[in-house]
Ligand binder design. Structure first.
Ligand code: NAP
Length: 334
C-alpha cells in the first residue's frame, strides 16, 4: 500500500506569536511499513501550550523542533498497515506522530488506546498527558492532603479542570481561576467551590475574600500576575506546583519575575517545578485513577475539538493562547 502523507513543518522560527509564515505544508510518499513498524492514519492531534516553547532555539527539556522538521505533536490514530503483531490493523494508537495525516512509526513507540473506555480525544486529554500532569503534579509535587484549600489557574483547561476535580474528589475546597464568565460558570457546574474570572479585575483581592485562611496548594499553569496574586494569599506550609507559565510563552522580551516571592519565606512555602514525562513509569496508576473517576461520574472529561485537518494547525495553535478551549484542545484530521 502506498500512501501520500501531508505534514506541517517548521519553516522559520517565530518571534512572538507564530504567524502563518512560521509553517510550511509538505507532502511525501510513504513506503510500506518495515518489520516492527505500523502505518497510522492520524485522527486527532493534541494542541499544547508547550508547542510554542519547542519552536525556540534554546536549551530546554527537549531539543527544539529543527527548521524543516515536522512539527512535534502527540496524536492518536488508527493502524492501517502493520508489521507488528501487538498493533494490528484497525487498532487505535497514541504516539508522538507530529502534525501529519499519515505516519510510519515503530510500534514500540506507541501506546495502545481503547476507544471502548474513552474517545480518542479523551485519551489526549484527561486520560492522556494533561491528565497525568494534573494527577502527579497535584499528588506527588503538591503533596495534597484531604480537606486542604487548592487554587488552580488555567482552571478551565485540560490540566486545570482535572486538577480541580481531583482535589474535589479528595474533599478539598477548590477555587479555579479562568478567563470569562462561561468558563467560570462551567467550573462551578463541575463542582469547583468558586471561580474567579481574571479578566474582571483584582485577583489578589478576590482570593483574599474567597480564601481568608490562605492557600495550601496553588497549582500554577499561567505564571505572571496571577502567580503574584496567589503568592499574596498563601497559608503557612503552602506548596506551589510550577506546572507552566502560559502568560509568557509568546513574550518577545523576558517577563518581570514574581514580585512577591518573599512570601515563600514568610509562609515557609515551597515552589517546585516538574515535568510529567518523569512520571512515565507510573502513568498506568494515573490512568486507572482518572478512568475510575470518569466512570463513577466524579470527573467530567471535556474536550474542545476543532476541525480543519492539518491545514487548521496554525490557527488552532494560536487559539490555545487566545483561550478558545474549554477542557482539552484537539484538532481533528479528516
Ligand atoms: N509541567 C508539565 O509537565 C506540563 C505538562 C502539560 C502542560 N503543562 C502546562 O500546563 C499549562 C496548562 O496546559 P494545558 O494543556 O492544560 O492548556 P489549557 O489550559 O487547556 O489551555 C491553555 C489555557 O491557558 C489560558 N491562557 C492563555 N493565555 C493566558 C494568559 N496570558 N494568562 C492566563 N491564562 C492564559 C487560556 O484559558 P483562559 O481562557 O482561562 O485564559 C487557555 O485556554 C500550560 O502552562 C502548559 O505549558 C505542563
Amino acid at each position: 500500500m502506498t500512501v501520500t502523507s501531508r505534514q506541517i513543518r517548521l519553516a522559520k522560527r517565530p518571534v512572538g506569536l507564530p504567524d502563518i509564515s512560521t509553517w510550511e505544508l509538505t507532502t511525501e510518499e510513504l513506503p510500506a511499513p518495515g518489520p516492527g513498524q505500523i502505518l497510522v492514519a492520524v485522527d486527532h492531534i493534541s494542541i499544547d501550550p508547550a508547542m510554542r516553547g519547542w519552536l525556540n532555539d534554546t536549551r530546554s527539556y527537549v531539543p527544539p523542533v529543527g527548521i524543516g522538521e515536522v512539527m512535534r505533536a502527540i496524536a492518536t490514530g488508527t493502524v492501517i498497515a502493520s508489521e507488528s503483531p501487538e498493533r494490528p490493523v484497525g487498532s487505535h494508537v497514541r504516539g508522538m506522530f507530529g502534525v501529519a495525516d499519515h505516519v510510519i512509526v515503530d510500534a514500540a513507540t506507541t501506546d495502545p488506546i481503547d476507544p471502548a473506555i474513552a474517545s480518542e480525544a479523551t485519551w489526549l486529554g484527561a486520560l492522556g498527558m494533561p491528565g497525568m500532569t494534573a494527577y502527579f503534579g497535584l499528588f506527588d509535587v503538591g503533596r495534597l492532603r484531604d480537606g486542604e484549600t487548592v487554587v488552580v489557574s488555567g482552571a478551565a483547561g485540560a490540566v486545570g479542570s482535572v486538577v480541580g476535580q481531583l482535589a474535589k474528589a479528595r474533599g478539598c475546597r477548590v477555587i479555579g481561576i479562568a478567563g470569562g464568565p462561561d468558563k467560570c460558570a462551567w467550573l462551578e457546574e463541575i463542582g469547583f467551590d468558586a471561580a474567579i474570572d481574571y479578566r474582571q479585575g483584582d485577583v489578589t483581592a478576590k482570593l483574599r475574600e474567597l480564601v481568608p485562611g490562605g492557600i495550601d496548594v496553588y497549582f500554577d499553569n499561567v505564571g505572571g500576575e496571577i502567580l503574584d496574586a496567589a503568592l499574596a494569599n498563601l497559608r503557612r506550609g503552602a506548596r506551589i506546583v510550577l506546572c507552566g507559565a502560559i502568560s509568557s510563552y509568546n513574550a518577545e522580551d523576558l517577563p518581570p519575575g514574581p514580585q512577591r516571592y518573599m512570601a515563600l519565606l514568610v509562609f515557609r512555602a515551597s515552589m517546585t517545578g516538574f515535568l510529567v514525562f518523569d512520571y512515565a513509569d507510573r502513568f498506568p496508576e494515573g490512568v486507572a485513577a482518572i478512568a475510575a473517576l470518569i466512570d463513577s461520574g466524579a470527573l467530567v472529561a471535556r474536550e474542545t475539538v476543532v476541525g480543519g485537518g492539518i491545514e487548521g494547525f496554525p490557527e488552532a495553535l494560536l487559539g490555545i493562547y487566545q483561550g478558545i478551549n474549554t477542557g482539552k484542545l484537539v484538532l481533528t484530521v479528516p
